[in-house]
Design a protein around this ligand. Structure first.
Ligand code: ACO
Length: 329
């Protein structure tokens, strides 16, 4: 019988645009206050990409960092996946633009759309491809330019989001099996609680759709909040069960960084003390599919987790989608 192919995490990387937008800056743009934003969300500042900086630019710079930490050459990559809801264009995929920037012509590539759960969906996909024996080394990226789909006159949403990218390299391994579990879920019944109505086949772009601001994010924040907490707790429990590990075995929980109050409520539901929960939302805001991977990268680079530690990542997002994964660093 053939030995099961294991999946090794070779390395991670992140990139954030240089421009910082603080809550004080936002006070000058909409009727809000630093105090309101901090107490309701935990966010103090977020990074914003330049006009001419694309999602694939952020993805490329995060990928270079991941390559550096992995000690492999780009030519070893045989599949590229990009999780994003802010692609450079409808098509080609952002993964195509990233492939070109990396000079990896002919490597198969595609984008994944699962909103804030995108990176967890990406881990599950990369793992399946590697375990099946189809591909050996996968570059998986979560990258977003949410500032470009934000209505900067809507205080309900514009204070929440930011831009950034994170990348992970995963490879087939005989010795290691770093992805202990992945659990995914979705419920399309709630698609209109968090969405962009315009631009697709439902409402193709017209002068009217632009005037009605249908090309920017619309969100029922309270309903999203209510759904996010139980679903993130459920996903965390399921992935833990699938991993065969216990809550006390997990060294660090990395929840999707959407809102500090969601993070605290999920930790409370799971009975995890906040000192075991990674939080960086104060300086990033919500960067959708890039949150869990950039948080993991920061946790690794700052020594918050070390080689051999168990980490559980949990996410929830538009769709609704949700997912969790237990990984060994
Ligand atoms: N500044 C000042 N006041 C504001 C702002 C703002 N930026 N935004 C909204 N308000 C006002 C509202 O207009 C409302 O005023 P009103 O009572 O006069 O109508 C008041 O504040 C309270 O609004 P609520 O919606 O009740 O505020 P809530 O406590 O629910 O917090 C928030 C809003 C932060 C959006 C919260 O619902 C939330 O975090 N939801 C989750 C949304 C989320 O994270 N989405 C991201 C994508 S999904 C994901 O990643 C999980």
């Amino acid at each position: 019988m053939n030995k099961k192919i294991g999946v090794k995490i070779l390395g991670t990387g992140s990139y954030f645009p240089k421009k910082v937008l603080t809550n004080t800056d936002l006070e000058k743009m909409v009727d809000t206050s630093d105090e309101w934003i901090r107490t309701r969300t935990g966010i103090k500042e977020r990074r914003i990409s330049e006009k001419n900086e694309t999602t694939s630019d952020l993805a490329y710079l995060a990928s270079l960092e991941a390559l550096k930490s992995s000690n492999i050459s780009p030519e070893q990559i045989d599949l590229i996946l990009v999780a994003t809801i802010t692609p450079d264009m409808f098509f080609p995929s952002t993964a195509c633009f990233l492939q070109k920037k990396l000079g990896l012509n002919f490597v198969p590539v595609f984008d994944l759309s699962a909103a804030c759960s995108g990176f967890i969906y990406g881990i599950a996909t990369a793992r399946a491809f590697i375990e099946s024996g189809l591909y050996k080394t996968v570059l998986l990226v979560g990258a977003e330019s949410l500032s470009k789909i934000t209505d900067w006159t809507d205080r309900n949403t514009c204070v929440l989001f930011g831009d950034g990218a994170g990348a992970m390299l995963l490879s087939a391994s005989e010795e290691n099996d770093n992805i202990l579990s992945t659990y995914l879920g979705a419920d399309g019944a709630y698609s209109e609680l968090l969405f962009i109505p315009g631009g697709g086949s439902a409402n193709p772009a017209t002068v009217e759709t632009v005037n009605q601001k249908l090309h920017t994010m619309k969100m029922q924040g309270k309903d999203v909040f209510k759904a996010a907490v139980p679903k993130m707790a459920l996903a965390a429990r399921k992935a833990l069960e699938l991993s065969g590990k216990k809550l006390e075995n997990i060294n660090l929980f990395i929840p999707h960084q959407a809102n500090m109050r969601i993070i605290e409520a999920v930790a409370k539901k799971l009975d995890i003390s906040m000192d075991r929960v990674f939080v960086n939302i104060h300086k990033t805001g919500n960067i959708s599919s890039a949150t869990t991977i950039t948080a993991l990268d920061e946790a690794i680079k700052t020594g918050r987790v070390k080689s051999g530690d168990l980490v559980e990542m949990v996410a929830f997002g538009g769709g609704f989608t949700w997912g969790a994964s237990v990984v060994r660093i």
